[in-house]
Ligand binder design. Structure first.
Ligand code: AMP
Length: 272
């Protein structure tokens, strides 16, 4: 049981509005992150529903780096009037609704357009990208060219039956975007306890789409675990327990990694 006193200490050193990441192009971020003592450039891996987004938000509050989710780019695009969506985005959204991966070239074009977020002095927390070996190789080349080594790659691990249970019960607030689970104590299953907004189930959390997403994860994303292990960047973290317990494990693993010499050069390009 989690109490206030056993929660890890989170300060809010900086904040950022992610306008560049969500909107691309020349959109300016109004709140820029400061320069932390130690810049964190992290990739968060793990099956859909394992809690990467929640951990990214906690990590953001801890170190100030922006939470960069490629899924959020597509969800932001979904909110645009159809006339403002590019044909590439329209096509991407149809893959997303079915639970399939969006083709690499579309995702990579969106990330290249947002290179300023990778260069950000506040670091970054990549969530949902890379998701295929081709995307990871591309990111590797991009970061190498920019001389921006990754700090670590965190793989959140949870048994498949628990993941499916989390996804099926996940509800999102349409207004403040907070995420809840139907088993939480909600005074109404349809109303956000934080802002009173309407709770809904993501289209891709419905059972048909969840099956497709899990297949895509096994086929395309799981190989990234080995890809990053070989580069000496992987930290495997159990995603059992409360968000703050998982977060504390993450901080412990990062601290330990920092205390030990790096087992492999961050930009090893040999074998994968
Ligand atoms: P997420 O919120 O990360 O689970 O992403 C939601 C959906 O967006 C995924 O099921 C895919 O359809 C699409 N998507 C997000 N990121 C990627 C990516 N890196 N590569 C391919 N498709 C992606």
């Amino acid at each position: 049981m989690e109490t206030r006193s056993n929660r890890p200490d989170i300060t809010t050193p900086m904040s950022s509005d992610r306008a560049v990441w969500l909107n691309g192009g020349q959109a300016p971020c109004e709140t820029l992150p400061g320069t932390p003592k130690e810049v964190q450039r992290l990739v968060l891996l793990g099956a859909p529903g394992v809690g990467k987004g929640t951990q990214a938000d906690l990590l953001h509050q801890w170190c100030g780096a922006c939470h960069l989710s490629t899924g959020d780019i597509f969800r932001a695009a979904k909110g645009l009037p159809p006339g403002e969506r590019t044909p590439a985005i329209e096509r991407a959204l149809s893959f997303m609704t079915r639970g399939e991966l969006v083709p690499d070239e579309t995702v990579l074009a969106l990330v290249r357009e947002r290179i300023r977020c990778l260069r950000c002095t506040g670091g970054f927390l990549l969530d949902g990208f890379p998701r295929t070996v081709a995307q990871a190789e591309h990111l590797d080349r991009l970061l190498k060219a920019e001389d921006l080594p990754l700090s670590a790659v965190i793989d959140y691990e949870l048994p498949m039956d628990k993941i499916v249970e989390r996804l099926a019960g996940r509800r999102v607030c349409a207004s403040c975007k907070s995420v809840f689970h139907v088993t939480e104590e909600l005074s109404s299953p349809e109303t956000c306890p934080q802002c009173g907004g309407k709770l809904y189930q993501r289209e891709d959390d419905r059972p048909e789409a969840v099956r497709v997403r899990m297949k895509a994860y096994h086929l395309s994303t799981e190989p990234l675990i080995e890809f990053y292990r070989r580069r000496g960047l992987l930290l495997a973290i159990s995603a059992e327990g409360t968000p703050h317990e998982i977060f504390q494990r993450t901080l412990d693993a990062l601290a330990l990694r920092h205390a030990l010499p790096n087992p492999a050069p961050p930009f090893s390009t040999s074998g994968h």
